[in-house]
Design a protein around this ligand. Structure first.
Ligand code: ADP
Ligand code: MG
Length: 592
């Protein structure tokens, strides 16, 4: 009998491995930088030509290799970093599989020059497509230089899949940036086609590095955070909720300084921001997790770009809580220290003027009055119909904790206030939404949401799909004070509503809640769904734009706002306040 199963020769095996490890020039750059880091380098120079197609050269001042080791390094599964399977449980190096050099060498031309400390000469090795062409000795400083040319010369399919040089170089830059960020003590220099791209001296901290790398507008809006428990330390920099981005470009997670993607960590980040985040906006975040290597499996992805955690859900909660703590109490407004920044944040902000609530006029005024009458509670907002007398600064009834003094209302929509440092503009609707949202949250938290039974009940008829959704959420709604009964045949009757909502359009409110649940209910976390429901509830009775406020009302609103836990954004994540410092104002007028 002839056998049809064969063991593939090594050079074929290496090419297969290269298919996984070496996807594009940036992968080569990543593997080689990791090797330099593992070799203890304090300087790493990266020279790229033609986005890596022509040349990738990495020079480090690390440990270097003996001639013997330099040769062995290119064999498959040759590594100095682990020696048995138990070592896989506690990986402290970037590499450990001994795959990179053999894979890279199998699909390119490689030239290696390496010398150890105190060696009189270095090893020079030339390899083509995995075959050693020459070994000799040459003068060399301590460290290792690897030159990769003709990348993918013998794998045409892979070469064809390469994108434009601009795209490939942007991948390289992203790769290098992540390493640069995670290793602030190392000097990095990057050139492309002999032009300098980056040259960063060692930095005292990650923060400095991130600042060096990410540039003004991003860095100005970053805050440092740090915390942890047991053998886990979570730290890094996160963006103010008012300075989010349209995509995740500025989001990186590092586990023991290895850049990784992990859905649970991403989820933790977003849930830390919670209702501070506007829909479809993404926080800037550079999150570092230092964790006992025994608690994380880095051996789950060919390029080690993913990891698995032993205690995934505890880690998720810890990361969320540490970030949340970092967000708490900070100044969440975008810092707008130069004219461009001012324009960016303002125009972002003004986009929301298109939202539907800006069309509504005076019906909510009546509603607000009837609510005041229905409630008669002291902590409730005091919006009277007739404008009261303008209070003088000296007899401010309730100075708010941030000492914002309302001077005027513009277009019956925004409050202009003087602050300690300059001035502020307050979005009255967003501010009131925040106040009502937290009030509703608090009432729910105590388990006693004051409800108003409706004498004249509203009947709502829905489509079958919506009926199913609503029916599923009825118990939750009733906990929030919204008593809705299922009458069968897709018909529902609203029996009672939270007192805070008396006077609003309950039917519309219910439909809005359903929409929200449809979009966000899939996450499955009841806590999040509940907050979505509450944010819709807070929106309906909140004073709208085009509603006149007198001085006392403005002061009351600001006082209530700054009693909130998260005063700086509305429940949908939009800013409630935009500030300008005197310095910014002076700059705008070219006085500085
Ligand atoms: P791994 O990093 O998984 O060990 P590699 O194929 O990337 O596998 O490298 C193989 C070995 O070559 C490493 O374990 C290390 O001993 C040696 N090596 C590679 N690059 C360098 C370098 N820049 N300086 C010193 N030694 C190196
Ligand atoms: Mg390696």
């Amino acid at each position: 009998m002839t056998s049809i199963i064969k063991i593939l020769p090594d050079h074929v095996i290496n090419k297969i491995a290269a298919g996984e490890v070496v996807e594009r020039p940036a992968s080569v750059v990543k593997e080689l930088i990791e090797n330099s880091i593992d070799a203890g380098a304090t300087e790493i120079f990266i020279d790229i030509e033609e986005a890596g197609r022509r040349l990738i050269r990495i020079t480090d001042n690390g440990s270097g290799m003996s001639k013997e080791d330099a040769r062995t390094a290119f064999l498959r599964h040759a590594t100095s970093k682990i020696s048995d399977d138990a070592d896989l449980e506690s990986i402290r190096t970037m590499g450990f599989r001994g795959e990179a050099l053999s894979s890279i060498a199998s699909v390119s031309h490689v030239r290696l020059l390496s010398a150890m400390q105190g060696a009189t000469s270095g090893a020079l090795i030339e390899i083509e497509g995995g075959i050693v062409r020459a070994i000799s000795e040459a003068a060399a400083p301590q460290g290792t230089t690897l030159e990769i040319g003709h990348l993918f010369y013998n794998t045409p399919a892979r070469r064809k899949f390469l994108k434009s040089p601009a795209t490939e170089f942007s991948h390289i830059l992203t790769t290098v940036s992540r390493q640069v960020m995670a290793h602030p003590a190392i000097r990095f220099r990057l050139t492309h086609n002999k032009k300098g791209v980056l040259d960063l001296p060692p930095s005292p901290s990650i923060k400095e590095r991130v600042f060096q790398l990410s540039g003004g507008v991003i860095a100005e809006n970053l805050i440092e955070f740090s915390g942890g428990r047991d053998s886990v330390h979570v730290h890094g920099l996160i963006g103010r909720p008012g300075s989010t981005r349209a995509d995740k470009t500025y989001q990186d997670f590092f586990v023991n300084r290895r850049a990784v993607k992990n859905p649970s960590l991403t989820h933790a980040l977003y849930s830390a921001y919670g209702d501070m985040l506007m829909r479809d906006r993404h926080p800037v975040a550079f999150i570092f997790i230092e964790i006992d290597p025994a608690l994380v499996d880095v051996n789950v992805h060919p390029a080690k770009a993913e990891v698995r955690f032993r205690n995934q859900s505890q880690l998720h909660d810890l990361v969320r809580d540490v970030i949340r703590e970092g967000l708490r109490g900070m100044n969440v407004f975008p810092a707008t220290t130069h004219a461009d920044g001012v324009r960016e944040s303002l125009s972002d902000y003004l986009k929301h003027i298109d939202s539907p609530e800006f069309g509504v006029r005076n019906s909510e005024l009546r509603n607000a009055i009837s609510r005041s009458a229905a409630l008669g509670q002291s902590q409730q907002m005091n919006y009277s119909a007739a404008p009261g007398p303008i209070s003088l600064h000296s007899d401010l009834p309730t100075p708010n904790s941030e000492l914002l003094y309302p001077l005027a209302q513009i277009h019956d929509s925004f409050i202009i206030a003087q602050s300690r440092e300059g001035m502020a503009i307050i979005d009255q609707h967003a501010a009131h939404e925040r106040v009502l949202f937290e009030k509703l949250q608090d009432q729910f938290g105590t388990g006693r949401v004051p409800v108003q039974d409706l004498l004249v009940t509203d009947q709502v008829e829905l489509g079958p799909a919506q009926s199913l959704v609503l029916a599923a959420y009825l118990p939750e709604l009733s906990k929030l004070g919204f008593l809705v009964e299922d009458f069968g045949n897709n018909t529902f009757v609203i029996k009672a509503v939270p007192v805070l909502l008396v006077g609003t359009d309950y039917k519309q409110l219910l439909l809005d809640i359903l929409d929200e649940v449809n979009v966000h209910g899939k996450s499955g976390k009841m806590e999040e769904v509940r907050d979505e429901m509450l944010s819709v509830m807070a929106c309906h009775p909140a004073i709208k734009v085009h509603r006149h406020l007198d001085q006392q009302e403005m002061e009351q609103l600001l006082a209530d706002l700054f009693k909130c836990r998260m005063p700086h954004t509305c429940p949908h994540g939009r800013p409630t306040v935009v500030r300008f410092s005197m310095a910014e104002i002076m700059r705008m007028f070219k006085r500085m």
